[in-house]
Design a protein around this ligand. Structure first.
Ligand SMILES: [Fe+2]
Length: 402
């Protein structure tokens, strides 16, 4: 979606004859908002509708956990048992009507193709790397990548090794580059924390000419519908347009720093309907002599904050480790633990790497969240007040937005 792309062969004009060895190709317009939104046009060897067999429909079951108390929570995800493939291995942790957030630790390769027919997806690749094979061509992915996959994209992960570790966001809306980063024509502006050169579309289109039986699993109507088609789904000879999967690496996010504390919107990376995804990256901290480099307390009266800790030294945040997720739900104040504001004065840089999702409507939790909940985090401010941080703890490790 970020800018016009073209890969492979396309005819001189849209909607005209285009042949491969004499055979008329099948033109597919894949677009948003009817015929008014962004679209791409693909040219297939065969019709993408050639379903030879309708398979099973499996509804998505969400096992909700309703905690006894409304409280700040800390989930430790590092030791979640790896299982399944990148699709069947999705383990939903929290969700609302705008976004679903899942842990994925696949141990198996996909022996089928997948398409999300009702939502956009962003995989954050914490561990792993390989190729995302898609109808738009091959897209390399690596550790630290956000892999943005618009609805309607048929794909298959081909990892270099297993297991991998992903954090997945799915939304019935669109994953977009924040509007305030783009000019009237869609180009990223000078103040944006990343540029088009940081955005990587598919680079190689391999047209696969293969007849057979191919399973395509499609997420539709809140479930997974299986289809068997008689031709390889990656039979595209060329495409162009604005709709395609792409990657952006979190380490290409250029942090915005200031004389005094920069608020969370300065870390925004993507926008969705009623939620944002932000990247907290290593950077210099506030340089005013009177600055307090870590954040103020805040009451998120209309939003929920989940933060996934990717890398860095979080030792000053008791109990937080790589793979931790904190959830600060709406209606409650939160902020640095006692003593840390004082201790942070004079700190000049942070080495944190974290992904945050703020939602504007409450998140529900699953039974997996119950399993991973440490049950203690809500008391951590109180306990820290009884046992202040020791002098050797480094406040640079704290994330700049609890
Ligand atoms: Fe916060």
């Amino acid at each position: 979606m970020p800018f016009y792309q073209r890969l492979g062969d396309v005819p001189r004009k849209r909607h005209v004859q285009f042949r491969d060895n004499g055979t008329l190709l099948t033109e597919e317009v894949m677009g948003l908002e009817g015929f008014s939104g962004n679209e791409s046009i693909l040219y297939h060897l065969t019709s993408p509708c050639r379903v030879m067999k309708l398979g099973d429909f499996e509804p998505i079951e969400r096992e909700e956990w309703i905690p006894d108390a409304h409280a700040h929570r800390h989930f430790t995800t590092w030791d979640v048992e790896p299982a399944g493939d990148p699709i069947t291995g999705r383990r939903l942790l929290m969700w609302n009507n705008d976004v679903e957030i899942s842990l994925v630790r696949p141990t198996e390769a996909m022996d089928f193709f997948f398409r999300n027919g009702e939502g956009d997806e962003v995989y954050f690749v914490h561990e792993g790397g390989g190729t995302l094979e898609t109808t738009f061509g091959d897209l390399a992915y690596t550790q630290g990548d956000y892999v943005v996959i618009p609805r309607g994209t048929t794909y298959r992960f081909v990892p270099d090794s297993l297991p991998e570790r992903h954090l997945l966001f799915e939304t019935p809306g669109l994953i977009e580059i924040p509007k305030r980063y783009r000019n009237h024509y869609g180009q990223l502006m000078e103040h944006a924390p990343y540029y088009h050169r940081d955005i990587h579309p598919p680079t190689e289109l391999r047209t696969i000419r293969e007849q057979g039986e191919f399973l395509v699993k499609v997420r539709v109507r809140d479930g997974y519908q299986d289809y068997v088609v008689d031709y390889h789904p990656f039979d595209v000879v060329g495409w162009d347009g604005y709709l395609y999967p792409w990657t952006f690496n979190i380490r290409d996010f250029e942090p915005i720093t200031g004389r005094i504390h920069m608020p969370p919107p300065s870390h925004q990376t993507f926008q969705g309907p009623n939620f944002v995804i932000c990247s907290f990256c290593p950077r210099k901290l506030d340089f005013d002599p009177m600055a307090i480099p870590i954040p103020y307390h805040h009451s998120n009266l209309q939003s929920e904050e989940m933060i996934y800790y990717v890398d860095g030294n979080f030792s000053s945040r008791k109990g937080i480790e790589v793979g931790s997720i904190t959830l600060h739900p709406s209606g409650l104040p939160h902020g640095p633990q006692p003593g840390l504001a004082e201790k942070s004065i004079g700190t000049t840089e942070t080495h944190e790497l974290a992904v945050m999702c703020d939602t504007f409507h409450p998140l529900k939790l699953t039974k997996l969240a119950k399993e991973l909940d440490d049950g203690k985090y809500a008391y951590s401010w109180y306990e820290a007040a009884q046992q202040p941080a020791s002098p050797d703890e480094n406040p640079a490790g704290v994330t700049s937005h609890f």
